[in-house]
Design a protein around this ligand. Structure first.
Ligand code: TXE
Length: 501
């Protein structure tokens, strides 16, 4: 950053081969927050080669699981020590509020703590094959060299969902943050280096490159030296990476966003808090981080009998959201991540209008002159939407809520499932049996009943349909980084006599 080398390859910090750099823009005011090195494909290939050597050398993968667990715990300690610095970098880079960034760093810490515990207690599985002479067991081994590609909305959090289990499993890796938001990951790899020195982790276990995905993509994903690619980002990029990996049958796990329904039944009013909590959760579910959340509840699907009142209440609160620089403690939400992304969101708003949706709030940049240099966009709600509209089907990744109405439970479920994605959904009802029924009928990887947006490191995260494949977090999030090996040990070999001569 700012003249210091930012690529970490084979245990050495260095600049890009061609000395290329990129300006990292603070989206709150358009200023240059930092200048970082921009890797070339050759840099990326060197990083892969370093990770390959470190894996094949065997020292790291042979490290006892308890030692790896201790390392993860130490990383968690250092994350808390450096929490304020990391949070500030995240806010400067993404625009999100400092309050959100602090929560992100706490969540990153929890991921390391969770995998420290899990790795420390994981055991092999003994299988009874019906012969006392045979010891049969299924053991886990690290999958090998991993390429970890993260997006810009939760830069360090998404990266931690990959790095923590990869380290815990004994893999080696090349991490590539989004070129839009690399700052927290660069600082984090410095922190990792400190923990690695204390715990004598071999050189080359973690390598870091940053730069354009389009430029580095092939070098990172199409080579035979890579054993596993974990990617979080957009659908089109996920498809490109999956195709590139197919040449070597490299295992891929992808998380590709969503178009998430939030279904509200009229019976929420049976609970004295049901209506207000529903309005509040719908509001937070879509407008937190200006909608740049893969699980944002962007489709409000509300029962007709309460729809007018409910939508009016959400719109009134949306209009009151305070926007501003994430470092200002009075800001409730920050800007969009970049000018380029704001243009995409604006195009979706125009599309919604041309498709006949009724704009009831937002639909413009804020008029406050103090926000003029940032990539801000007002919380926007479209009523009278229909499932056939592109604004209802495509991921806008911005502060846009669409409203559809239903009259029967079956219709609500059909609408909730009418998406090519399947990442997350919310259901609000005072009828517990209905809640369970609808939750089971929805084809989404996470369903929140009378809540929205929460997750825990101990529960799997991932999508159905085009939201991706594979899972992060939970035991499965570790298993993605492991191969299973069956060891059949005959302790008393005898002649089988199958062939007679
Ligand atoms: O993502 P990309 P973009 C969605 C959201 C957003 C859209 C596009 O709808 O508007 O995706 O965003 C790297 N080989 N999500 O263009 O390109 C890239 O450098 C290898 C949902 O910013 O997918 C970055 O590190 N890597 C999402 C990462 O992929 C490549 C979060 C993600 O960038 C590559 C973000 C290539 N060919 C956007 N091309 C979620 N699931 O939460 C790019 N990259």
């Amino acid at each position: 950053m700012d003249g210091e080398p930012d690529l970490y390859i084979a245990g050495v910090w260095r600049h890009a081969r061609d000395r290329g750099t990129r300006d990292i823009v603070n989206p709150a005011d358009g200023s240059v927050a930092a200048v970082v090195d921009e890797a070339t494909p050759d840099d990326a290939r060197e990083a892969i080669a370093a990770a390959r050597r470190a894996f094949d050398d065997g020292a790291w993968r042979a490290t006892p699981a308890t030692a790896r667990a201790a390392l993860l715990d130490r990383v968690a300690d250092l994350l808390q020590r450096d929490k304020e610095d990391l949070a500030l970098l995240e806010t400067r880079d993404t625009g999100k509020t400092l309050a959100e960034s602090r929560i992100d760093i706490d969540d990153v810490t929890s991921v390391f703590r969770y995998y420290a515990k899990l790795v420390g207690v994981q055991s092999d599985r003994v299988v009874d094959v019906g012969d006392p002479a045979v010891i049969s067991r299924v053991v886990t081994e690290p999958i090998g060299v991993c390429v970890l590609i993260a997006p810009w909305n939760y830069p360090l959090l998404q990266m931690s969902w990959k790095i923590a289990p990869a380290l815990g499993a004994g893999c080696t890796m090349v991490a590539k943050p989004s070129e839009v938001t690399p700052l927290s990951t660069i600082a984090f790899v410095h922190l990792l280096e400190e923990a690695f020195q204390e715990h004598s982790v071999p050189t080359g276990v973690v390598n870091l490159v940053q730069g354009s995905g389009a430029v580095l993509g092939e070098a990172l994903t199409a080579g035979a030296d890579v054993d596993f690619i974990s990617f979080t980002g957009g659908l089109a990029t996920g498809q490109t990476i999956t195709r590139a990996a197919a040449a070597n049958v490299t295992k891929v796990a992808v998380e590709l966003g969503g178009k998430n329904p939030h279904i509200v039944f009229a019976d929420i009013t049976d609970d004295p808090n049901g209506f207000d909590a529903g309005v509040d959760h719908v509001l937070t579910g879509v407008f937190l981080h200006s909608g740049q959340v893969c699980s944002a509840g962007t489709r409000l699907i509300v029962e007709d009998s309460i729809a007018d009142e409910f939508v009016a209440a959400v719109a009134a609160r949306a209009a009151g959201i305070t926007m501003g620089d994430g470092c200002d403690p009075t800001s409730e939400t920050g800007p969009l991540v970049s000018e380029q992304h704001r243009s995409k969101v604006e195009a979706y708003v125009q599309l919604g209008i041309s498709e006949g949706a009724e704009l009831i709030t937002g639909g413009a940049r804020p008029s406050d002159p103090a926000l003029a240099n940032g990539s801000f966009y007002l919380p926007t709600i479209f009523d009278k939407c229909h499932r056939s509209m592109r604004i209802v089907q495509e991921e806008t990744f911005g502060p846009i809520l669409t409203v559809e109405r239903f009259t029967t439970e079956a219709e609500a479920i059909a609408l909730g499932n009418d998406t090519e994605y399947g990442l997350a959904a919310g259901v609000r009802t005072s009828d517990a049996a209905r809640g369970e029924r609808v939750a089971r009928a929805l084809r989404h990887g996470t369903v929140w009943l009378n809540d929205f947006g929460y997750y825990t490191a101990a529960a799997e995260w991932g999508g159905f349909g085009k939201s991706g494949n594979g899972r992060e977090l939970g035991p499965t999030g570790l298993a993605e980084y492991q191969e299973l090996k069956h060891i059949w040990h005959n302790t008393t070999p005898t002649v089988a006599g199958w062939f007679k001569h």
